[in-house]
Structure formats: structure tokens, C-alpha cells
Design a protein around this ligand. Structure first.
Ligand code: ADP
Ligand code: MG
Length: 372
């Protein structure tokens, strides 16, 4: 692997090598649980209170033992996603659980939002966690937004970039928003890099609040636009941005205190300045630009995975309607990026009409609708 390889390519090579060597990786202590290894390996579906078998790399069994409930994640013999990220997701999750255990040992209160790991063994394809008694976040109030964004920023500060903040990977127990699926959480260097994308310092588009907005909150806003109208969606967006602004001011301070380089601090300053300015006004142009970015990124993701749903079509329809109704504001707000930068309105309309047709052709099941 050359020095010019992307961080993804290097990580995948190292993980695929780890898998090929059959190297053992065990996290936690099974003796502190009511289970033994043979019994866990031999569990059938009937032994579970609940079985979730829609996952791409594993199934999840809810078990009742020792007076509490447990989540047992069991790797499929062969991951259902055949790309490298899919094949390495289960190993990646156990590697991250090891990182999280170290963080939790240091500062338990700070990391309460991360699921605990009772025991995990890569060789056995098993990962055991206490069951989180909670449900999906419905309304995204300030507590929920603050906890989620702060946790994503705290992970970023530790050099852990969580890519998949989808609705299905976030539970709220009424007091604390919790994360438990770390198959797509990758390492990077927060002192010199923005994320684990590209070479780390050449893709400024991705950041913790962007991941939350793209994978989760943009769908919430889309539903609000549909059911309660644009003003209600804009009010929810302003609330989220105010919370994100607070989280990023803290993130910026902490990054500076830890010695992050000037280009990283300038990158954070860019978000902080933009959001603060927008929130002094009605933030409508920022809404358009951020929603454009999130819908474009998620549409692209669904098309690449050929895993489109009605939500994908709704995102494409939003993009086409935004071009028809707000092209000037989008351009003025520098919303267009990547392939889109420099295209005129008609070229963009043709492009997104074509992508919408592709999304229609790739309609699969409803599984991806709530993330993976
Ligand atoms: N510790 C847990 N507590 C409660 N529910 C869980 C827990 N772990 C997983 N689940 C449930 O199982 C589903 C799939 O688990 P997840 O870790 O997201 O697997 P996948 O990698 O297949 O997406 C989650 O969306 C959630 O509903
Ligand atoms: Mg998941």
C-alpha cells in the first residue's frame, strides 16, 4: 500500500489481511455475564425474545438472562454487502468496541451515550451488549439533539468518525440518546485531518453534524415539510443548527487545546461562522444549502448501493423542486458542489431527473428506508 492510498484503502487492506490471517480479537469478559461461549454459539432463534435478521453483516438476538436483557449480534457466515466495507463491518465494529472500552475506562460519564460491550469475539462472530431499553428518536428535541451532536463531536475529537448516524442506529431511553452500531466508524487523525474520507484532509464536505443531517435529520425535515409545512421544518432546522453551533464552538475549543493544526481549526471556524451568521437571520438559505447537500449525498449513496426506497425518490423530488423554485438562492448560497458546481439550471434539472429515473429502477425493499 503506497503513501498516496486513501485512508479507506489502507484500512480495508489491513482489515482484510486481519480476516485472512484468522487473527483473534476478544473484547470484554464473558465470565462477568450469565453466558458461556458454547451456549451462545449454539443459540437458536427460539431462544431469543426477539430476532432482527434484516442486518447486512449480522443478525441481532434479544436474550433474557440473569434478570436483564442482552443484545447478541451474530455475524452472518458471509456479509450480505459484498464490497470491502461490508465485509469488514463486523471486524470494524469489534475494533471500535475495544476503542470505546478504553474511553469508557478513562471517563465513564462522557461516554455513556456509547453502548456498553459485555463481550465480543471476532473469531466466534459474536458481540454481546446489554440491551438498550429505548426507542427511535421521533421529535428531536434539544436534549436529544445536544446529546447526539455532542457525542458525535466527542468521537471526532478522539479520532473516530461515525459515518452511519441513521435513524435505525440511534436509540433514546428517555434520558440519554445512545449509539450501538459501529460497523462504519473509522479512525482518522483529528489534529491534521477532517475525517476518514479520501486522504483525510482533502474532503472538507464531511463532518459530524453533516453525517447526522445527511443520514437522519434531513429525512425528519422532509417529513416535516410534507406534514407540517415549510415553516415548521425551518423552525426545526434552526433549532438543530443552534444546538450544532454550540457543539461546534466547544469542539473548536477542545481541538485547539489538543493542538489541532491551523487548517483544521479554520475548517471548523468556517462552519461556526456560517451557521452563526445564518441564525442571525431566518436561516432559510442555509436550510436550502444544507438540505441540498444532504439529499444529494444520500441519493448518491442509495444509487451506489442500488438500495433505493420511496425516501430516495422523495429526496430526488425535493432536489428537482428546489431547482425549479430556488435555483438563485441555492447558487448564491454556494450549495452546488462536486459534479454540480458550474452547471446551469437546465443541466442540473436534466441530471437530477435522470438520477430520479435510476432511483426508480433500483427500488428494492423498504429496508434501507430507515438506514442500516
Ligand atoms: N444493544 C442494543 N439494544 C437494543 N437494540 C439493539 C441493540 N443492538 C442492536 N439493536 C437493534 O438491532 C438492530 C440492528 O442492530 P445494528 O447493530 O444496527 O446492526 P446492523 O449492523 O445490521 O445495522 C438495531 O437497529 C436495533 O433495533
Ligand atoms: Mg445498524
Amino acid at each position: 500500500m503506497t503513501d498516496t492510498a486513501t485512508l479507506d484503502a489502507r484500512r480495508q487492506a489491513a482489515q482484510l489481511d486481519f480476516i485472512a490471517r484468522g487473527a483473534p480479537l476478544v473484547v470484554g469478559d464473558l465470565a462477568a455475564t450469565p453466558f458461556d461461549r458454547e451456549a451462545l454459539a449454539a443459540l437458536g432463534p427460539d431462544d431469543a425474545v426477539l430476532r432482527i435478521d434484516t442486518g447486512l453483516s449480522a443478525e441481532v438476538l434479544c436474550l433474557q438472562a440473569g434478570g436483564q436483557r442482552w443484545a447478541l449480534k451474530r455475524a452472518w457466515p458471509e456479509a450480505r454487502v459484498r464490497n470491502a466495507d461490508g465485509r469488514t463491518a463486523f471486524l470494524n465494529e469489534i475494533q471500535r468496541r475495544a476503542d470505546h472500552l478504553a474511553l469508557k475506562r478513562r471517563e465513564p460519564a462522557r461516554w455513556h451515550g456509547l453502548a456498553d460491550t459485555a463481550w465480543a469475539s471476532f473469531g466466534d462472530g459474536l458481540l454481546l451488549s446489554p440491551w438498550i431499553d429505548g426507542g427511535p428518536v421521533a421529535g428531536w428535541d434539544e436534549r436529544q439533539l445536544g446529546q447526539l451532536l455532542r457525542l458525535a463531536c466527542d468521537l471526532w475529537l478522539e479520532g473516530l468518525f461515525e459515518w452511519d448516524l441513521s435513524e435505525a442506529n440511534i436509540l433514546d431511553d428517555g434520558r440519554q440518546v445512545r449509539l450501538f452500531d459501529f460497523g462504519y466508524q473509522y479512525r482518522f487523525d483529528p489534529l491534521t485531518q477532517f475525517s476518514s474520507a479520501g486522504h483525510g484532509d482533502d474532503q472538507p464536505l464531511f463532518h459530524p453534524a453533516e453525517r447526522f443531517e445527511t443520514r437522519c435529520f434531513s429525512a425528519h425535515l422532509l417529513a416535516l415539510e410534507r406534514t407540517a409545512g415549510r415553516d415548521a421544518a425551518l423552525a426545526a432546522f434552526r433549532r438543530e443548527k443552534a444546538v450544532a453551533l454550540q457543539a461546534y464552538r466547544r469542539l473548536r475549543r477542545e481541538a485547539a487545546a489538543r493542538g489541532a493544526q491551523a487548517h483544521v481549526l479554520a475548517w471548523l471556524d468556517g462552519f461556526i461562522g456560517r451557521w452563526a451568521t445564518a441564525l442571525q437571520g431566518d436561516a432559510a438559505d442555509l436550510y436550502l444549502a444544507e438540505a441540498w447537500r444532504s439529499h444529494v449525498l444520500d441519493l448518491d449513496d442509495d444509487l451506489r448501493g442500488q438500495s433505493c426506497t420511496p425516501l430516495t425518490l422523495e429526496r430526488a423530488d425535493w432536489l428537482l423542486a428546489a431547482l425549479a423554485g430556488h435555483f438563485g438562492a441555492l447558487r448564491a448560497g454556494q450549495a452546488f458542489f462536486g459534479h454540480d458546481a458550474g452547471l446551469d439550471r437546465e443541466a442540473l434539472r436534466r441530471r437530477y431527473a435522470a438520477l430520479r429515473r435510476q432511483a426508480e429502477a433500483f427500488q428494492l425493499s423498504t429496508r434501507k428506508e430507515h438506514g442500516a
